[in-house]
Design a protein around this ligand. Structure first.
Ligand code: NAD
Ligand code: DAU
Length: 355
């Protein structure tokens, strides 16, 4: 038995591979293109571990996919591979269409060709699990109920539109060809190995370097935050017991305004690594120009996953964010390694000289 994981050198995929191999002996073939967001340093603890087979490659490479599927005969494919950063999708949407839409199409086609040749039990038990986002549902006002699986798709950014397109392809491959698919739509993750272009690690890093903490617009945009290891446990549960063709919303029941998230991080840093001048890190908060088309609020109704499959997150925001801040303080070498070259270029493009 083997899993094929795509995008397993990224933030969530990396955590998934580490957690999987910490509790199971089933090998993982990890296919990742190693874009700027892919980082083998996150998987350093698996060096020399025969259960982890890393392959550098693109989910759009049908020939490579065919070879890997024939060679390793996985019982499931879990698709994490994607371009994932909304701001980058605004600056350059092409890669998002290429990987998230065309790449997922190629992966589905390779999976279909492989699955259609499987026999009996292997065919019945095969799964294609597509990891998606709550952003496909668009934006909520303060009084709207949280997103349920039945909400209409209304993606607003090039990123969320590309993810929505991929979700539709996955749905259609089930409906038309019978491919045994599962889709998860998750809220904002945070935790170890999070690339510091995203709000929480960016703020942590800037705070420690004495740089401004950039808040888009008024900072009152709301996100539902889920500790990454809870997302991984939800994916394991859906893989194990999800109903074919169904989608599952995954969330942390932790709605927070961005400004409150940043203030919480500052307060934790004040406690764990106080500034040399005795002032609060919150003094570094700086309001900057808003993101174009910025979604105001995301919130997830995760009751289906709880009622049907018995999953609930283990961490609250308070416990998860404390662990996260402590992890970043203890893993400065990982941070130093990811903040070279491509990362610095991005920060200059997005924030200019100010940060
Ligand atoms: P990430 O950007 O940290 O990692 C993406 C990984 O995919 C990287 O390792 C990258 O090298 C790889 N990749 C990119 N293009 C590829 C290609 N063409 N072929 C093979 N590999 C490729 O992203 P993440 O935050 O870990 O997100 C993983 C998945 O979860 C994505 O599909 C994303 O849409 C979804 N998601 C993310 C969040 C979140 O808060 N980060 C929440 C919900 C859903
Ligand atoms: O909701 C799930 C999504 O969460 C995932 O599908 C995406 O892959 C993931 O990147 C994340 O998207 P967001 O756009 O919500 O995450 P980000 O960390 O970029 O931003 C979180 C919020 O913080 C958002 O409202 C924008 C704001 N922000 C972000 C940055 C980088 C700032 O105010 N300042 C910043 O510098």
């Amino acid at each position: 038995m083997t899993l094929l994981v795509t995008g397993g050198a990224g933030f969530i995929g990396g955590n998934f591979v580490l957690d999987w191999l910490a509790s199971a002996d089933e090998p993982v073939v990890n296919l990742d293109k190693l874009t700027y967001a892919g980082n083998l340093d996150s998987l350093r603890s698996l060096q020399g571990d025969a259960r982890h087979i890393f392959v550098q490659g693109d989910i759009g490479d049908r020939a490579l996919l065919g070879e890997l599927l024939a060679k390793y005969q996985p019982r499931a494919i879990i698709n994490f591979a994607a371009e994932s950063h909304v701001d980058r999708s605004i600056h350059g949407p092409g890669d998002f269409v290429q990987t998230n839409v065309v790449g997922t199409f190629n992966l589905l086609e390779a999976a279909r060709a492989y699955w259609s040749e499987l026999k009996d039990d292997a065919k019945r038990s095969f799964r294609f699990l597509h990891v998606s986002t709550d952003e496909v549902y668009g934006t909520l006002s303060e009084s709207d109920p949280p997103f349920a699986e039945t909400n209409r798709y209304e993606p607003n950014s090039p990123y969320s539109a590309s993810k929505a397109a991929s979700d539709h392809l996955v749905r259609a491959w089930h409906h038309t060809y019978g491919l045994p698919v599962l889709t998860t739509n998750c809220s904002n993750n945070y935790g170890p190995y999070h690339f510091p272009e995203k709000l929480i690690p960016l703020v942590l890093l800037n705070a420690l370097k004495g740089k401004p903490l950039p808040i888009y617009g008024d900072g009152q945009q709301i996100r539902d935050w889920l500790y990454v290891k809870d997302h991984c446990s939800a994916i394991r549960r859906v893989l194990e017991a999800g109903q074919l063709g169904e989608t599952y919303n995954v969330g942390g029941w932790n709605e927070k305004a961005n400004l409150d998230v940043v203030k919480t991080i500052c307060a934790l840093l004040d406690e764990l690594q106080p500034r040399a001048d005795g002032q609060s890190y919150a003094d570094q908060i700086t309001f900057v120009q808003d993101r174009p088309g910025h979604d105001r609020r995301y919130a997830i109704d995760a009751r289906k996953l709880e009622v049907d499959l018995g999953w609930r997150p283990a961490e609250t925001f308070d416990s998860g964010i404390r662990k996260t801040v402590a992890w970043y303080l203890a893993n400065q070498d990982w941070v130093e390694n990811v903040t070279s070259g491509a990362y610095r270029e991005w920060v200059a493009t997005q924030y200019g000289a100010k940060t």
